[in-house]
Design a protein around this ligand. Structure first.
Ligand SMILES: Cc1cc2nc3c(=O)[nH]c(=O)nc-3n(C[C@H](O)[C@H](O)[C@H](O)COP(=O)(O)OP(=O)(O)OC[C@H]3O[C@@H](n4cnc5c(N)ncnc54)[C@H](O)[C@@H]3O)c2cc1C
Length: 489
């Protein structure tokens, strides 16, 4: 089959899956008024492959004549990583800063698994790497959407999986059965959960021997018996002027419940090798934090552009402090780009597989930089825009004959911009930084792809501290460490 069309993707979601939204079972996610927005965004990953302008970026053509999604290509060079970064960026730009996420996160998980299964096999004699490669071939042939399904609900954060009052607060293997294993538990915040084809499940953290049953990784279709998905909610109202971004694109998360789900052997990539849970989670983060920065770049562009538009609409585009803030927003956006590209340029080849992964220090810096500065960026846009972004009347008032003339008169700003245009720009800024979506993005910047603390920990763990120490010792006029050690003997 190779590449699916957007319609084939949509049709594949009518598969009997169990999805709830705001207390109601959803029969068809592709026609649900809210979930449909997410489905259509995910479909962009499929549309890119059909668009002549993006075909070369989105599709890998093999010398044997096969064609498959670039997301499913094993990265064998920094160039491969740069191209998949660019593809993630491109999808996000089309979706106003939302990653389509049909394949982005799931393929990050597959790449991490490709490396870690090889290491696990070499060290324990397991045979996961071949299974993983067979699974990757299936992805290349059948082109499903696949989500990263990692974050456990976690219960008491101070306790390890095996110490929790309820053993199901981290997803676990309940027992082995003929031809596979039975798992139970739940994964939280899973992007595209209501409308993905496959869940790629990874452990969320490092484990100890006592947590052995929690050290599991596998891939499983979303309509498998025992899986229930409760989609995140959010107040939702119609209106393309009131909510120009939120009503055009979305990623919808879900709580995914696994109630005694059978996972066949050929889909299991870790089953009890607890020593590999932490490295697997870490390797996934190496890939995924660069993907995060790739999709965030177009959103940062959007913030800079929205700040410029509202400044022009209000007639303050030449004011010094406004220009300073917009210049800072441009630096913010372009630094996200530079860091995420640098992480790919400095990619590291894995010693066993030869697969390349982004430089962990620079990749974590990319995610940390955009997350740590996100609220600062929002503050700049809010400051420039004025209070109108939370008090503006709705498009229904604009469309109401009784109030239209009032709004045309009193929504006027700069003489260079019509009242209608200003009204639309105000709503854009509101949607981006002063709405349900605005709050969603603030929290998402901090937590999705790992918390700030997680990025600091990973950076410290991977930092070449020897090099930094050496530089400081030299500057302090201290002897090189090796020399100092031999003198003290
Ligand atoms: C919009 C969105 C989309 C997401 N999409 C996905 C997805 O597709 N797939 C997926 O697997 N996950 C996804 N996530 C989950 C994301 O990776 C987590 O939110 C993130 O890892 C933080 O976990 P948490 O939300 O459970 O917060 P918590 O772990 O509760 O963290 C809250 C705070 O507590 C601190 N903390 C927690 N535990 C400890 C501890 N033991 N010691 C010290 N400090 C601690 C953290 O550092 C943080 O500061 C998504 C999240 C969001 C918001």
């Amino acid at each position: 089959m190779g590449l699916r069309t957007p319609e084939q993707f949509r049709n594949s979601l009518k598969d009997g899956r169990i999805v709830y939204y705001k207390g109601q079972r959803v029969e068809d996610v592709t026609t649900h008024p809210v979930l449909k927005i997410g489905v259509d965004s995910s479909a962009v990953d499929y549309e890119l492959a059909e668009t002549p302008e993006f075909r070369e970026l989105a599709v890998v053509q093999t010398p044997e004549g096969e064609a498959f999604s670039r997301f499913f290509l094993p990265p064998r060079s920094p160039e491969d990583l740069l191209l998949r970064r660019k593809l993630a960026e491109t999808g996000s730009r089309i979706c106003f800063g939302f990653p389509p996420f049909a394949k982005e996160g799931g393929s990050d998980a597959v790449n991490a698994l490709a490396i870690l299964t090889a290491h696990c096999d070499a060290s324990t004699g397991s045979r996961y790497a071949k299974r993983l490669e067979a699974f990757r071939r299936t992805l290349q042939r059948e082109d499903p959407s696949i989500s990263i399904t990692m974050t456990d609900v976690k219960g008491d954060r101070s306790l390890r999986p095996s110490q929790q009052a309820d053993p199901d607060l981290y997803l676990r293997k309940v027992r082995r059965v003929d031809g596979g294993m039975i798992v139970r538990g739940a994964k939280a915040h899973i992007t595209t959960a209501p409308y993905t084809n496959e869940f790629c499940v990874l452990p969320t953290r490092a484990m100890t021997e006592a947590d052995r049953d929690y050290a599991v990784a596998f891939a499983i279709p979303a309509n498998t018996k025992g899986i229930r998905i409760i989609a995140r909610s959010g107040p939702w109202e119609e209106g393309l002027v009131d909510y120009p971004v939120a009503n055009r694109a979305a990623m919808v998360e879900g709580l995914v419940i696994f109630e005694d789900v059978f996972i066949p052997d050929e889909r299991i990539f870790l089953e009890g090798e607890w020593q590999f849970a932490g490295p697997l989670a870490g390797m996934f983060a190496n890939f995924h934090r660069v993907t995060a920065a790739a999709y965030k770049y177009p959103f940062a562009e959007l913030l800079a552009g929205a700040a410029q538009l509202i400044a022009e609409a209000n007639g303050i585009e030449r004011v010094a402090h406004v220009r300073d803030k917009i210049a800072w927003l441009v630096m913010y956006a372009e630094s996200i780009l530079a860091l995420s590209e640098a992480a790919c340029h400095k990619a590291i080849p894995d010693s066993l597989t030869g697969l390349y992964y982004p430089d962990p220090v620079v990749g974590n810096a990319a995610k940390f930089f955009f997350a740590d500065n996100y609220h600062q960026a929002v503050k700049a846009v809010q400051d420039i825009a004025g209070g109108i972004i939370v008090t503006v009347p709705s498009e229904r008032d604009w469309n109401n004959a009784e109030t239209r003339a009032d709004l045309e008169k009193y929504m006027a700003g700069s003489q260079k911009v019509s009242a209608e245009e200003r009204f639309k720009v105000i709503h854009l800024v509101k949607d981006l930084v002063a709405s349900e979506l605005g709050g969603f993005w603030e929290v998402t910047a901090l937590h999705a792809e790992g918390s700030l603390a997680a990025e600091r920990l990973a950076t410290y763990a991977h930092a070449d501290m020897k090099r930094y120490r050496k530089a400081a010792r030299r500057a302090a006029g201290l002897a090189p460490a090796a020399e100092a050690a031999s003198k003290s003997r």
